[in-house]
Design a protein around this ligand. Structure first.
Ligand code: XIL
Length: 467
């Protein structure tokens, strides 16, 4: 017996040694097999992200930043990209907080959800006091300017937040934004697309956790947008929950996904005694919907939450993982269909070019001059009292090292803002000159610039010259 026991313990020691010496490869093998040890890594296995809302003011807190860096792959600024923060005075923009968060994300390899371009809450005081066409112009200018500042850096923008009413109406919420005209949402999406063609554009709301009057109102809007070519790519479900989500939580996500938009859980926090279970249910629902691109919790530790006293997050006040954390991690590691990569829908449908059948040239008697120089075409998005114009500059057969475009605006139209070109004048005949990075255009290739204005630009013409 004694001998046996000794030899057994030697064998155990030997296998322990073996396991230690093989430790690295064992860990790699298990993570390749699916058991990742952080939220971000576990979500990434199926092409999803796992994010957190972050406050710029907490980026000096090492516990907070350590958890952020370790666990999350997406960041939403909790307040720093809202209208009151980014345009405290009309036409005067402040990106300090938003840029801090963006830089933190970029320097640690994370992506950013922009939140939120237009929302009836946290409007700056000057906008709260406005109405009508003046407000509409200010709204569009805000969307264009902020989305242009962050162009190419945002994974998805909440272009419009919380525009639908609670309760049974299924209609829009009253606000000064809504009172500028029912088309304000589509105008905002068009302006955002023109400013940043690579960002996914989302509509985001709460109390949309199952099939109900409010979520159906939003569903109908998204279906209408898709059918009319209004650029929308995603719907955000805030999911501020008390206890379990409704039984049709997943089915509701799926019906939106079936419209051809991505769905995202954007502000998840859950109170109540079945917190861990409810977190697991929500995570599994996202994992089961192939177009559910990821989840974001609205904060990191319970003490960071806007729902003070409800402890609705995945880490306690000391930064320890809660049972809800394990529940989410397990659900992510259990896997699901991989998220398909959906390109953002193009702003302007490209007109198919019918190739002309080349005729074999007989020896020409007269040489047709090869077109050189450039051409310009304008596409317009208009609303009552304003417009966004996108101008496409196409180089002729010799390519360009600089260009000048002249647009002729009808009377009453005036340019208020522009991007990717310099201009002289704002009314009538306006001349646009390339900026440093878009003057060189290879033969047959194109570049774009744009501007926004008040009035109507119907009938605007554009001509181009090489310079
Ligand atoms: C909240 C922030 O967490 C708070 O710090 C702020 O005081 C108010 O706004 N829906 C949203 C978020 O879209 O922007 C809100 O964030 C929470 C509800």
């Amino acid at each position: 017996m004694k001998t046996k026991a000794r030899s057994f313990s030697r064998a155990a020691a030997a296998s322990a040694f073996l396991a230690t010496s093989l430790g690295v490869s064992l860990v790699l093998a298990s993570s390749a097999a699916g058991a990742a040890s952080t939220l971000g890594a576990a979500a990434a296995q199926t092409g999803r992200y796992f994010g957190a809302a972050v406050a710029a003011g907490k980026l000096g807190d090492s516990t907070y930043v350590n958890i952020l860096n370790r666990e999350f792959s997406m960041i939403t600024p909790e307040n720093e990209m809202k209208w009151d923060a980014t345009e405290p005075n009309r036409g005067q923009f402040n990106y300090s907080g938003g840029d801090r968060i963006l830089n933190q994300a970029v320097s640690t390899g994370k992506r950013v959800r922009g939140h939120a371009l237009l929302w009836y809450q946290q409007e700056p005081g000057w906008a709260q006091r406005m109405e009508g066409s003046d407000l509409r112009a200010a709204m569009m200018n805000h969307v264009t300017t902020v989305a242009t500042h962050y162009k190419g850096k945002i994974y998805a923008w909440d272009v419009v937040n919380e525009a639908f009413a609670d309760g049974g109406s299924g209609g829009r919420r009253d606000s000064n934004l809504q009172r500028t005209g029912n088309d304000w949402i589509e105008a905002a999406f068009r302006a955002a697309r023109a400013a940043d063609p690579d960002a996914k554009l989302c509509y985001n709301d709460y109390n949309t956790d199952g099939v109900n009057a409010k979520s159906t109102g939003i569903y109908n809007m998204v279906r209408d947008f898709k059918s009319r070519g209004v650029p929308i790519d995603c719907v955000g479900f805030q999911s501020h929950l008390s206890g379990n989500p409704p039984g049709d939580y997943q089915a509701n996500l799926q019906r939106f996904a079936d419209l051809g938009v991505e769905v995202q859980i954007t502000e998840l926090d859950i109170s109540g005694s079945n917190q861990a279970g409810a977190y697991g249910t929500v995570t599994r629902a996202c994992m089961a919907v192939s177009r559910c691109a990821g989840l974001t919790t609205w904060g990191i530790r319970d003490t960071d939450s806007w729902r003070s006293g409800e402890n609705p997050l995945l880490f306690d006040g000391n930064g320890n993982k809660k049972a809800a954390y394990t529940s989410v991690l397990d659900a992510l590691n259990a896997g699901g269909p991989t998220v398909p990569t959906t390109p953002t829908t193009p702003t302007t449908p490209t007109t198919p070019t019918t190739p002309t059948t080349p005729t074999t040239p007989t020896t020409p008697t007269t040489t047709t001059p090869v077109p050189s120089g450039c051409s310009a075409s304008v596409s317009l998005n208009q609303w009552n009292g304003g417009f966004v114009a996108n101008v496409k500059v196409t180089a002729g057969s010799t390519g360009l090292t600089g260009w000048r475009v002249t647009t002729n605006l009808p009377s009453g139209a005036a340019v208020t803002n522009s991007w990717s070109a310099g201009n002289s004048g704002t009314t009538g005949s306006v001349t646009w000159t390339n900026v440093s990075y878009n003057g060189t255009v290879a033969a047959g290739q194109s570049t774009e610039f744009g501007f926004q204005g008040t009035g109507t630009a119907e009938g605007v013409t554009a001509s181009c010259a090489a310079s």
